[in-house]
Ligand binder design. Sequence first.
Ligand code: SF4
Ligand code: SF4
Length: 79
Amino acid sequence: MRQHVTDPEMCIQCSACEMACPVKAIECILGRYCIDHDLCKDCGKCIRDCPTGAVDCFIEVKRIYDQEEQSTWTVLPSE
Ligand code: SF4
Ligand code: SF4
């Protein structure tokens, strides 16, 4: 399955994505911008406002990572 995430190596922590999200699916945890998979409506507004492309990131996963897990990433998971 596919999960919408932010790329830790591209994010400059500007918070534009968090402000753009109409359903508050993006939360800053420990400086990482983490997307709640269940809340995200795939509207693309965060992607439009992100200056680096860090939130234009979709990864194939075997299970969904919650926001706490995403907050620990320094690179994207390899699976
Ligand atoms: S795609 Fe839309 S709903 Fe999903 S995190 Fe981005 S702004 Fe929020
Ligand atoms: S808008 Fe992009 S660069 Fe800014 S905090 Fe979100 S993911 Fe990071």
